[in-house]
Design a protein around this ligand. Structure first.
Ligand code: GCW
Length: 676
């Protein structure tokens, strides 16, 4: 059982004349440049049929490749303003047109058109032209072939079960939904490639891969797989040394075999030399040696190697006070700038650590002028409440995109879109938050991250608020049935949901690890507070709190991490006057009595934000309660249950963190609130 996400079409109310006019116009559709054999064309037509049947109670009359002067007209055209996968939607006297330079663009235009109908924005002067900002807009699924999902918080995999692939109607629903927000590439298996997953690229699974790839291609999506770097070792070779000819040849043959069977495969995603995964370091080779060897093998087929920069020593001795894990990505990759093949893209996590609630943007953005780069964010909320706490991440992604790297004054968005360096292999990837739960994302409000990531990766200029509004309107306010938006108090619904979403990340941050320090989670599961959980471990994630101070000096006089940025940013972070306070403890070791700009000491700030955070969750929960009876009952109940938990769990966070610092310092809360 699964729902249709934000494609949950319902009959439209058609209350007034203008709505009736739209319905009349849309009863005729003319699809020019229609190719009956092209799956994209067939799917575009099906999308229109499905939606219009739901909206108006009947399918439209379709005509193909004829001159028509009214109705909805779809057309492939060539002009300067429409680029690859772009579209234009506009009205004319007797109808609407959707134009694009290719069929993917036409599909995106169609989905957007259907959204405009549903959110009441199909006005008579509509004119929307969009070209995607990012060439690759990708989801990374960490699904394991037995069916579980690494860091999965919404059930099991819908791609795999019992070491087999699953391809069914849910696969199609998935493809439709993610395509509708602009996703054009997916990796279906976990980057930790083990067991049967090593053999995903083998005879055992080729025919299923081909089948899946065909389905996805029909929605403009290319299929990628994660691979095991040491695969030659499992196939009779005694080495995976990237500079050995026999290894390179093995991969060449492998790629030939793969592409014979799955001709449209997008390429490979590789996690090498990280957290126990094999890689070129075993053979004293560089990350570029490894990536390039694979890149050459896959290049003849147009394939791409997406090589992750999440490389660090995960067996650090906590007594080693010099090594700073935050430095690792840059230290390993920076000197390789310009050495990667054109079909290699480095996939870089947004921050130097690991998806914490707050981190600076990785210095690799802006640190490698001659290398293809893409961003990796995580909408699976591993460290941000695991889809049990509401945490809408798009406002944060916006901050990341807007970060000025000071490399040619390019923002992160300029770089990962490829436009700053004139690259065509670039983009954004998100570790997916989907599973086989009925609502796909466990928490219904977590669905806004899936929708939002897609929308943002297509158009990085969208605001987090607008995205939240449109999602809330589609998923909750437009999906209740035949009543009009006004009648169902649609504005109350969308205002309430948007307000909750927009507050959720700042609130989560308040009761989590303070001021950019990160990592105060229960080791392994990464859920719930455990301030010292990782403090004496080998993972390199230390806050170093004692009775006087907390934080890491990462300036030039400390670990030197800050020096990995361009000078302007190094200065920004290194000076206490300019370092953004939310990152203070990431960059500086500070005494608890240091006074912040607000006039509060760090300690009092910690107490205050943790009390506030927990209070804000209660308020969000109450505001959700106010929607009882107004929205779909199942959605309402599911979210209410999650809020019940979040209210309790945010207090747990509050009390554990506050008590920790109270006990370290012995200093009372100025406001006399209960500390333990
Ligand atoms: O965040 C960490 C996770 C691991 C994950 C790793 C990675 C897939 O805890 O579960 O492994 O990052 O990104 O490779």
């Amino acid at each position: 059982m699964y729902n249709s996400l934000w494609l949950n079409y319902k009959k439209l109310s058609l209350l007034d004349e203008s709505e009736q006019r739209i319905a009349d116009i849309l009863s005729n559709v003319c699809f020019n440049s229609y190719e009956a054999e092209n799956p994209l064309c067939v799917n575009i037509k099906n999308e229109i049929d499905t939606a219009f049947e739901a909206f108006f109670g009947k399918k439209p009359i379709f005509s193909y490749n004829v001159e028509m002067t009214s109705g909805l007209l779809l057309n492939i055209i060539k002009n300067d303003s429409l680029l690859k996968e772009g579209y234009r939607i506009f009205s004319f006297e007797n109808g609407y047109k959707i134009e694009a330079a290719d069929y993917s663009g036409l599909l995106y235009g169609t989905f957007r058109f259907l959204e405009l109908v549903r959110i009441g924005k199909l006005t008579s002067d509509v004119d929307e032209t969009k070209n995607p900002d990012n060439p690759l807009r990708m989801l990374n699924h960490w699904d394991n072939m037995p069916g579980d999902i690494e860091r999965g918080y919404s059930g099991n995999s819908f791609f795999f079960e019992d070491n087999k692939m699953m391809i069914n109607d849910r696969t199609v629903m998935y493809a439709r939904a993610v395509a509708s927000v602009g996703i054009n590439a997916v990796v279906i298996n976990n980057v930790n490639v083990k067991g049967e997953a090593s053999y995903l690229i083998s005879d055992r699974h080729y025919s299923d891969l081909k089948k899946l790839s065909d389905i996805l291609n029909g929605y403009g999506i290319s299929l990628f797989v994660s691979i095991n770097y040491a695969l030659p070792l499992e196939n009779g070779l005694d080495s995976a040394d990237p500079l050995k000819e026999e290894v390179a040849n093995w991969w060449k043959n492998k790629c030939e075999e793969i592409y014979k069977n799955v001709p449209n495969l997008g390429g490979f995603l590789v996690k090498a030399d990280s957290e126990g995964r094999p890689g070129p370091f075993t053979y004293q080779r560089t990350q570029a040696d490894g990536a390039n060897m694979l890149a050459r093998a896959i290049a003849p087929y147009g394939g791409i190697i997406i090589w992750r920069c999440f490389v660090y020593n995960c067996r650090q001795d906590w007594r080693d006070l010099k090594t700073d894990r935050a430095r690792a990505g840059y230290d390993y990759f920076h000197s390789l700038d310009g050495e990667f093949e054109e079909n290699v893209i480095l996939q870089i996590k947004n921050g130097p650590m690991d998806f914490q609630v707050r981190e600076p943007v990785s210095p690799l953005f802006g640190g490698m002028e001659h290398t293809n780069e893409m961003l990796e964010v995580q909408i699976a909320q591993e460290y941000t409440g695991q889809q049990r706490h509401v945490c809408y991440l798009i406002p944060w992604f916006k901050e990341i995109l807007n970060f000025n790297t000071h490399m040619k004054e390019a923002t992160a968005a300029d770089i990962l879109s490829g436009r700053a360096m004139g690259k065509k292999n670039a983009g954004m990837a998100a570790v997916s938050n989907t599973g086989d739960d009925l609502n796909w994302t466990g928490h219904d409000l977590a669905m806004a991250n899936l929708y939002g990531f897609g929308k943002l990766s297509y158009d990085t200029s969208l605001s987090a608020e607008d995205i939240a509004y449109e999602w809330a309107r589609l998923y909750m306010a437009s999906a209740i049935g035949e009543k009009s938006f006004e009648e169902i108090k649609g504005k109350v619904i969308t205002d309430t949901v948007v307000d909750i979403l927009m507050k959720s990340w700042p609130t989560y941050e308040k009761y989590n690890a303070p001021l950019g320090i990160g990592w105060m989670v229960v080791p392994g599961i990464h859920y719930g507070p455990d301030v010292d959980g990782y403090e004496y471990s080998m993972w390199g994630t230390y806050h170093k709190a004692d009775c006087k101070a907390i934080g890491i000096d990462r300036t030039a006089s400390g670990t030197g991490y800050a020096t990995q940025y361009k000078k302007e940013n190094e200065d920004l972070y290194s000076s206490l006057d300019t370092c953004p306070e939310e990152l203070l403890l990431f960059f500086h070791r500070m005494p608890y009595n240091y006074v912040l700009k607000s006039g509060k000491t760090i300690l009092q700030y910690i107490y205050d934000t943790h009390f506030e955070g927990a209070e804000e969750v209660e308020k969000m929960s109450a505001s959700w309660d106010s929607l009882r009876g107004m929205i779909d009952e199942d959605i309402f109940e599911r979210v209410s249950k999650r809020f019940e938990h979040q209210v309790i769990h945010s207090k747990e966070w509050r009390d554990v963190i506050n008590s920790y610092f109270y006990r370290k310092t012995g200093i009372e809360d100025e406001k006399g609130r209960k500390l333990y």
